[in-house]
Design a protein around this ligand. Structure first.
Ligand code: ATP
Length: 516
């Protein structure tokens, strides 16, 4: 199946099974804003717990915070967001559609990469075992030509971004003959900068209301609480502060479902370190974060690091963790070495001393910061994309397709469904007793409607790892059938064994064991 079709099906599945709904749907929706349904919210909470516990429980020197969304407006001046939180935009005059100039060029770079990869894959198939990729890359004319074009474009693009040269960004789009995907024309406007922050007003005073912003990142709430946490928690450097919360960006090109939203959620951790040690910590956090992703078992080849073309004004090193979505490798997480930029800026703008006295060095300094920043919603999309499967299964001699979400059990919204085979003979009562016994440990669901096969399919479609069926034999010997989602294998076990079997599989400890 083509990857675009997989993605379309995934989006439809999210809606049909109560994971994600378009916001304000009965009013025809609101662009790039989404609501999470009954299963979506459980999955989202589990993702947040996986992140939170991996930060705060597994690291004794990382503590949590929950800061307000509204903050003093000077914070956004100090952070640079008022002056520099811009995207370069370009409009196509024929379709009247607006695009991010940098994204159009990045997509062009990806096209060259694809061409090169295609040649290599073709050759690999042709030559089999004896294929030497390095030699092929150095000698194949088509590969050399496309790689050359890509490298030249990359260099020019990086230069234009770093110089903030909007005219050259436009010229690159013209020179590369990039067309608008809607109109197919090259009738482009100039490139302009657009600030992404949402503004609103707070209260009313004699002089007028205070202009405030909806935070575009959670990080600043951590920086302005650095002193509070360090002092009250008696934290010693190095230490980290973790926070999960909503962020808002007036994204212009809001496409690809929950990949790019105007209201989204971030999980950010700022790690405060001694100046000069930041690049070492940057490398450590890169490794730690990649392990966290890979522990989910979605395939190591589906991840890569991507170095930034342009460093943000505050950073001296930055890398993205990219995941292979159905629409290609895209960022899910950013890891940034933010230097002492933010704390120094807040020190200057607030007039308050924001420093750390290092008892080992006997001196005070403004700490340096390593940030790990991941979007909950993008992570949700990663988990969904990786887990969605369509499988051919044979039932009663007929072939049939089952749609199953193969979530890591620790993230699954519902851990087990308890299904009485029939709605009589005391079976529903036993099923209820099982649920009453297990519901404080696991999210359980009771279902008695339709045939057992249909009920299994419904649970597969929401990724429930275990189905427990109560039948007439249960009334005699207190045993039930437990069915495993991925293998569809069924086993007869005693009711008393259920807790042990399920907890071994759904515990987050299993994931944490892979990352410590
Ligand atoms: P992009 O280049 O895709 O716009 P970014 O580099 O601006 O992302 P950061 O500012 O580093 O993103 O934000 C950290 C993380 O927050 C991203 O890796 C992503 O997971 C998430 N994120 C950022 N913007 C959005 C958005 N509009 N919708 C959903 N998640 C987002």
């Amino acid at each position: 199946m083509a990857q675009e079709d997989v993605f379309k099906k995934l989006v439809a599945h999210c809606k049909e099974y109560g994971f994600v709904f378009p916001s304000s749907e009965i009013y025809d929706g609101l662009g790039a804003v989404y609501d999470y349904g009954q299963n979506g919210v459980e999955l989202k909470n589990n993702i947040k717990k996986y992140w939170w516990d991996s930060m705060v429980l597994l690291h004794e020197n990382v503590v949590g915070l929950d800061s307000a969304i509204f903050m003093h407006p000077t914070i956004w001046k100090a952070s640079g967001h008022v002056d520099a939180f811009n995207d370069p935009l370009i409009d196509n005059r024929d379709s009247k559609k607006r695009y991010r100039a940098d994204v159009l060029i990045e997509e062009q770079l990806a096209k060259y990469d694809e061409k090169v990869e295609k040649e290599i894959e073709k050759a690999r198939k042709r030559f089999g075992e004896s294929f030497d990729e390095k030699q092929f890359r150095e000698t194949n004319l088509r590969v050399i030509e496309n790689q050359g074009k890509r490298d030249k474009l990359h260099e020019r693009f990086t230069q234009a971004l770093n110089d903030g040269n909007l005219e050259d960004l436009r010229q690159i789009i013209l020179d590369e003959e990039i067309v608008c995907p809607i109109s197919g024309t090259r009738n482009w406007t100039d490139v302009r900068q657009f600030n992404l922050m949402f503004g609103t007003e707070m209260g009313s005073t004699a002089d007028g209301a205070l202009k405030v912003y909806l935070r575009p990142e959670t990080a600043q709430g951590i920086f302005v609480n650095y002193l509070n946490v360090q002092k009250t928690g008696r934290m010693k450097i190095p230490f980290g502060i973790a926070q999960i919360g909503k962020a808002f960006r007036n994204e212009i090109v809001a496409r690809q479902f929950i990949f790019r939203m105007r209201e989204f959620e971030q999980m950010e951790m700022q790690y405060f370190v001694r100046p000069g040690s930041e690049l070492e910590w940057f490398e450590k956090w890169k490794t730690t974060r990649m392990k966290w992703h890979k522990a989910l078992g979605f395939g190591d080849d589906n991840y890569r690091f991507h170095e930034h073309e342009k460093l943000a004004h505050y950073a001296n090193a930055a890398v993205d963790v990219e995941y292979k979505f159905p629409f290609g490798f895209k960022e899910v997480e950013g890891i940034h070495s933010r230097t002492d930029f933010d704390l120094s800026q807040h020190q200057q703008y607030s007039g308050k001393k924001i420093q750390y006295f290092d008892p080992e060095l006997g001196e005070s300094y403004v700490p340096y910061v390593i940030e790990t920043s991941i979007g909950v919603d993008r992570m949700f999309l990663q988990v969904m994309s990786a887990s969605y499967c369509e499988e051919e299964v044979g039932t009663e001699g007929k072939s049939d397709i089952r749609v199953v979400l193969k979530f890591p059990p620790a993230l699954a919204p519902v851990k087990l469904a308890v299904l009485p085979l029939v709605k009589k003979d005391g079976l529903p009562e036993i099923a209820r007793e099982i649920i009453d016994d297990l519901k404080f440990d696991f999210n359980c669901q009771y279902d008695e409607k339709d045939s057992i096969g249909k009920r299994y399919r419904r649970q597969d479609a929401i990724g429930t790892p275990f189905c427990v069926t109560v039948d007439h034999q249960t009334t005699e010997d207190q045993t039930v059938t437990i069915r495993f989602r991925d293998t569809m294998e069924q086993k007869r076990v005693a009711i008393g064994e259920l807790r042990g079997i399920i907890s071994g599989e759904v515990s987050m400890k299993k994931l944490f064991a892979k990352i410590v």
